[in-house]
Design a protein around this ligand. Structure first.
Ligand SMILES: Nc1nc2c(ncn2[C@@H]2O[C@H](COP(=O)(O)OP(=O)(O)OP(=O)(O)O)[C@@H](O)[C@H]2O)c(=O)[nH]1
Ligand SMILES: [Mg+2]
Ligand SMILES: [Zn+2]
Length: 295
């Protein structure tokens, strides 16, 4: 049988096939891909099941897209968090936890690398804050990344977000406590996902969501809620490749004097010139430099 993995609990999986859910384990031959999560939420799988008792996942179809990171503790292994979705909804909050634009850029890099379209959600706009929302829209919409300002407290931005998600398969990512689960609840009030308190002492969330879960949307498509990530490692990313994951560099790259220009210190760099002229946004370039230095 053919199905789609919608939940993963350690070594057991729930596979959706023809509207029915099957509990499955993984057959050893499907486990052979050692350096990569063998089965992830979103995977299309072949499995067998008699209906009672657990079934077995026999093989996993090649992944079209993936959101992955180096496994924490063993960074030679690729941890695929979700496979085969088309959008990454990057959830940040204007406060509690503190707004960090750099994190948005780390996630966009991860999205482009995995073949996903990024969408930025800036949540908790009901709180007192100093984030320049107009500037955020200008920056990201210039690279065709939609930005939605939301408040789950005051029901702001729900329709706009619903429209972006309809008929897409989206994964919600971001630090713990930014309001990913609250947003899913706002979109689809019947779900009642558990949401948590942001710990006041550390301004960091406490990981209320502990596993990736998939929820169908009334408007078509589905969303996958994920636990907040403390660190977003970037999987399999070479320094030479990073500039290609900043779409605004594209039109300038060919005008750099050196073909393998890092855009950091070479003379006659068209990308840096575009930054100086304000055509490429300074904040984005700062993120490029910062990520480059970690690769
Ligand atoms: N003021 C305000 N608080 C919000 C808003 N959205 C969520 N919260 C609160 O923020 C806290 C964290 O929300 P969650 O939805 O659990 O956050 P999460 O991103 O799912 O967190 P993890 O599951 O740990 O990754 C809860 O106390 C929510 O009530 C908002 O728009 N405004
Ligand atoms: Mg959550
Ligand atoms: Zn250059």
């Amino acid at each position: 049988m053919n199905g789609r993995v919608i939940r993963a609990y350690g070594k057991s999986f729930v596979v959706l096939s023809d509207g029915r859910e099957y509990n499955c384990a993984v057959m050893s031959k499907a486990k052979q891909v050692q350096k990569e999560t063998p089965v992830a939420v979103g995977d299309v799988v072949e499995f067998n099941s008699t209906g009672d008792g657990p079934g077995f996942i026999e093989s996993v179809h090649p992944r079209k897209t993936k959101f992955s990171r180096p496994k924490v503790g063993d960074d030679s292994i690729e941890q695929v968090i979700v496979a085969n979705v088309d959008q990454m909804v990057i959830v940040v909050s204007v406060a509690q936890p503190v707004f960090k634009q750099h994190l948005i850029d780390r996630f966009t890099v991860s999205a482009y690398k995995g073949g996903l379209r990024p969408v930025v959600v800036i949540n908790k706009v009901d709180l007192k804050h100093k984030v320049d929302l107009t500037r955020m829209k200008t920056i990201y919409e210039s690279i065709e990344v939609p930005v939605v300002a939301t408040s789950c407290e005051q029901n702001v931005g729900a329709d706009e977000l619903r429209e972006l998600l309809a008929n897409h398969e989206s994964i919600f990512v971001g630090h713990s406590g930014t309001g990913k689960s609250s947003l899913v609840n706002m979109l689809q009030p019947g779900l009642r996902l558990r949401t948590g308190d942001v710990s006041m002492s550390t301004d960091k969330g406490t990981h209320t969501t502990t596993a990736v879960e998939v929820y169908p949307l009334d408007g078509g498509g589905f969303v996958a809620d994920t636990p907040g990530l403390k660190i977003l490692g970037l999987w399999d990313l070479e320094r030479d490749e990073l500039g290609y994951l900043f779409p605004e560099f594209e039109r300038f790259r060919s005008e750099c004097r050196f073909s393998r220009c890092s855009h950091l210190h070479e003379p006659q760099c068209a990308v840096r010139q575009a930054v100086n002229e304000g055509i490429i946004f300074r904040e984005r370039f700062a993120s490029y430099e910062k990520i480059y230095s970690t690769l």
